[in-house]
Design a protein around this ligand. Structure first.
Ligand code: DAT
Ligand code: MG
Length: 138
């Protein structure tokens, strides 16, 4: 499934009213929305989603933030989706994000950085499966 990636609009961006602006940038960049839902992660679920970062010093802060409000989860489709979407979102730290990227426009800080984007095809599959059943992913 190399033509798909997974994204979340994070609690900061949802809270600040940027769902529409971010989806507009995603669609204008040529991604098709395969599946999408607004939901809220418990601390336990957020911890599970970010388990790969368990040993990092920011893990507790990350889990607390990601469970602090609603998120929008989506599966996106486009040729070269994973790499192209990472380019569209920009650097993890918005101070380093390029002009024209989602994080440059909407991120508040390295922790509150507006959007998630999968970093590999394998993780895109795993992360999409975390939120969506087979019937929701056509
Ligand atoms: P990315 O979201 O760009 O893939 P990542 O996978 O390295 O970045 O980290 C996951 C999230 O964890 C990131 O979006 C925000 C948070 N994070 C990363 N580094 C951080 C740091 N130094 N301080 C606070 N939060 C951090
Ligand atoms: Mg990452």
């Amino acid at each position: 499934m190399s033509n798909r990636t997974f994204t979340m609009i994070k609690p900061d961006a949802v809270q600040n009213g940027h769902i529409g602006g971010i989806l507009d940038m995603i669609c204008k960049a040529g991604f098709r929305i395969v599946a999408m839902k607004q939901t809220r992660l418990s601390a336990e679920k957020a911890g599970e989603f970010y388990a790969v970062h368990k040993e990092r010093p920011f893990y507790g802060e990350l889990v607390e933030f990601m469970s602090s409000g609603h998120i929008v989860a989506a599966i996106l489709e486009k040729d070269n989706a994973v790499e192209d979407f990472r380019k569209l979102i920009g650097a993890t730290n918005p101070a380093n994000a390029e002009e024209g990227t989602i994080r440059k426009k909407y991120a508040e800080s390295i922790g509150r950085n507006a959007v998630h984007g999968s970093d590999s095809n394998e993780n895109a599959q795993i992360e999409g499966d975390f939120f969506f059943s087979g019937l929701e992913k056509f």
